[in-house]
Design a protein around this ligand. Structure first.
Ligand SMILES: Nc1ncnc2c1ncn2[C@@H]1O[C@H](COP(=O)(O)OP(=O)(O)OP(=O)(O)O)[C@@H](O)[C@H]1O
Ligand SMILES: [Mg+2]
Length: 457
């Protein structure tokens, strides 16, 4: 209510508007519950906390860096009774689901099906629609049904191991093998030699390397090109395009070594011209949204289009049913309007198709990770220098609090996002501030943006 009063006073001071409008604004104030604890949710929490329509933000479980945006609560999304209890006790009006696991598990359906929670606006698709990310085979079939350009593919089930291996022997490498289900970003393996590919197929399909996730394996045509991502907020019929981004997946500079959750990101992406953007809209985004509507899939939330620009045009590498990480840490700071009313419109299926307002400034993010990541790494290292950082966003990704200090808790620890009129200046800013932060074993890639000519090594 204190917040409502502040809004009332601000509105009254700033604008000559009617009492009815004041009342409309205040009556829309709501408590929001955000699920997640990474850099992506830190950026979403930062944005939501600025909304004049927010009463209070709860974050489950959040991290120490998010405490300045709301109340972090040790609530596990799997504990449905506890989720119900909190939503009722705190009068939650909107739920935003950050990561893919709860979506693919049906957390959004739970709200829709539970008396007493049905009225809550949920940002995140239903289980059936989240299959766009939850099953690679499902997404390939969806794209085929709707004529959306993507790599050719064949899917093999457990009992088809021999057939799968025979098929691999008939095609040329590199061989792209994908576990059908969620495998924490590790389920895609790309191999140059046939013998390695056969071996991997044995491990995935024959020995359940990724558990149930690899009880089906998708073999894809290898696409050559440069990758980027686009994002839409949709209500399942209309959509708002957000700024695009390019992320840096490999652990090593020059994009070498193991795949990670993402080591950095830039937005805008210099090679994404107006022509390319139009091609993505007409050939990929619109058919996708139309397809969702045609197939009556209940999709309220973000769609992440993982794309590749090939010499035969743009193709879809993958869909994700949520925002990316660290792409969110560059995309959200560039969004130049309040997300909360857009979320409410999406949940009410009243979204209007238009681009989301964006800042012309560029945003560049660099991840600080624990030494050893993405393989074994240690936790609990004290992070120092955070108080010296200025002029950038520091989005906590894998941190905890111990004896009053911020310590490392994950592989990806902190994401530093610089914003400036040019991407080069944004990178310079981010790197200068990163130099002030330290913890034992800290690692980062120094070449974010180098491939795009935005920075020299
Ligand atoms: N058909 C393909 N041709 C070439 N490279 C590919 C192909 N499919 C996937 N890749 C590469 O593998 C990466 C991971 O693939 P994909 O995005 O399908 O996996 P994912 O595990 O769902 O990723 P994320 O964790 O980002 O959601 C892609 O970003 C791309 O670099
Ligand atoms: Mg994916």
């Amino acid at each position: 209510m204190r917040k409502a009063l502040n809004v009332y006073i601000r509105l009254q001071q700033d604008q000559a508007i009617t009492g009815l409008y004041f009342w409309h604004q205040i009556s829309q104030l709501m408590n929001v519950l955000l699920f997640g604890s990474g850099g992506r949710e830190s950026a979403l929490a930062w944005k939501l906390a600025q909304s004049p329509l927010l009463d209070h933000l709860f974050i489950a479980p959040g991290n120490p860096g998010m405490k300045k945006y709301g109340t972090c609560i040790g609530l596990d999304w799997k504990d449905r009774d506890a989720v119900s209890h909190l939503c009722e006790a705190e009068n939650i009006g909107m739920v935003v689901i950050g990561p893919e696991d709860p979506l693919v598990d049906g957390l959004s359906d739970f709200f829709a099906q539970t008396p007493g929670l049905k009225h809550i606006h949920v940002i995140g698709p239903k289980k059936a629609a989240a299959q766009l990310e939850g099953s690679k085979d499902f997404s390939k079939q969806f794209m085929e049904r709707h004529g959306i350009p993507t790599a050719g593919h064949r899917t093999f089930e457990e009992h088809q191991l021999e057939e799968a291996k025979q098929y691999l022997a008939t095609i040329d490498g590199p061989y792209v093998l994908k576990a059908d289900g969620l495998a924490a970003g590790k389920g895609v393996v790309i191999l140059d030699s046939l013998s390695d590919a056969l071996h991997e197929m044995d491990a995935m399909l024959g020995q359940a390397k990724f558990g149930a996730a690899s009880s089906r394996v998708v073999v894809e045509e290898f696409l050559v090109g440069i990758e980027f991502s686009m994002f839409a907020l949709t209500d399942g019929k209309d959509y708002m395009m957000m700024p695009e981004a390019k992320d840096y997946k490999r652990i090593g500079e020059g994009d070498q070594g193991l795949n990670t959750g993402g080591m950095g990101a830039v937005s805008p992406v210099p090679f994404v011209t107006e022509t390319i953007r139009k091609e993505v809209l007409t050939k990929i985004v619109e058919p996708t949204i139309r397809g969702l509507a045609l197939e009556k899939m209940d999709y309220v939330g973000f769609i992440f289009f993982g794309l590749i620009l090939t010499n035969k045009g743009v193709k879809v590498i993958e869909y994700n049913c949520r925002m990316g990480d660290p792409e969110t840490e560059v995309v959200i700071p560039r969004v130049d309007e309040d997300l909360l009313p857009l979320f409410a419109d999406a949940a009410k299926k009243q979204l209007l198709t238009r681009p989301m307002a964006k800042k012309e400034e560029a945003a560049c993010a660099v991840m600080m990770v624990s030494g050893g990541y993405p393989e074994a790494y240690s936790k609990g290292r004290t992070i120092s220098g955070l108080e010296k950082v200025q002029g950038v966003h520091v989005f906590h990704a894998g941190t905890a609090e111990k004896d009053g200090q911020i310590v490392t808790q994950g592989g990806r620890v902190l994401c530093v996002t610089g914003m400036a009129p040019t991407a080069s200046a944004a990178l310079t800013l981010a790197y200068a501030q990163l130099d002030q932060i330290e913890f034992e074993g800290a690692y980062r890639r120094n070449d974010i943006g180098v491939d795009l000519g935005l920075r020299n090594l």
